[in-house]
Design a protein around this ligand. Sequence first.
Ligand SMILES: Nc1ncnc2c1ncn2[C@@H]1O[C@H](COP(=O)(O)OP(=O)(O)OP(=O)(O)O)[C@@H](O)[C@H]1O
Ligand SMILES: [Mg+2]
Length: 232
Amino acid sequence: MALLEATGLRKSYGQSVIFEGIDLQLAAGELVALLGESGSGKSTLLNCLAGLDTLDAGRVLLAGADLTVMNDSQRALLRRAQLGFVFQAFHVLPHLNVADNVGLPLLLLRRPDPARVAEMLAAVGLEGLGQRLPRQLSGGQLQRVAIARALVHKPALVLADEPTGNLDARHAGAVLDLLLAQVRQQGSACLLVTHSERAAERADRCLKLDDQGLNLDPADDRSPPPRSSHVY
Ligand SMILES: Nc1ncnc2c1ncn2[C@@H]1O[C@H](COP(=O)(O)OP(=O)(O)OP(=O)(O)O)[C@@H](O)[C@H]1O
Ligand SMILES: [Mg+2]
């Protein structure tokens, strides 16, 4: 069974159709890069897969549970347990210190674990900075806080929306390496929106979102042929 199985997704804002006929399957532990031009709907798709935005049509199964028939609180519980999200804009909570930001998913699961928080801070190179407030950090450090928070509870699925989009090339490479190493080490599946070739090279598959839908990236010659016409 796929960890994430989305079928027939359609999303519009008013008259404008952002995507339709989208099918996507992610196996446990699989790393998939999601490419596409600005405005093609990558962030919208991630939000819909996480149940943070509504769909016009389609079904999203996460770990066998259908997000699209749940109410908001059921969706929130499923997200907490199964999902880590790295947002395009970091979305750290400004009034919580770094350690509390990273520990928040564990707190919401009623599994507070300061040792695990310390372990994640060390893993992303932020040891000793746990007591700082977000405004006392650089952009690269904030991005690492966001990554630590997405991974701290060892979610089955990590959705990462251009996690290095706000960083210069040198820091972007380092932060990406870190995210991918952690994801691989924990065995989490990851759908990674990225413009970085380096990230795409390291993914198991590259998909491209455009007005033809979601398809194997034609530029990625490692991709195996699709098993059926629409399901990747
Ligand atoms: N809440 C909204 N209301 C109306 N239109 C929206 C809304 N959110 C996004 N859009 C539109 O949907 C389209 C897709 O946006 P989205 O943010 O998903 O693109 P993206 O592929 O993530 O782009 P980028 O690479 O720039 O982040 C854009 O045309 C955007 O203007
Ligand atoms: Mg986006």
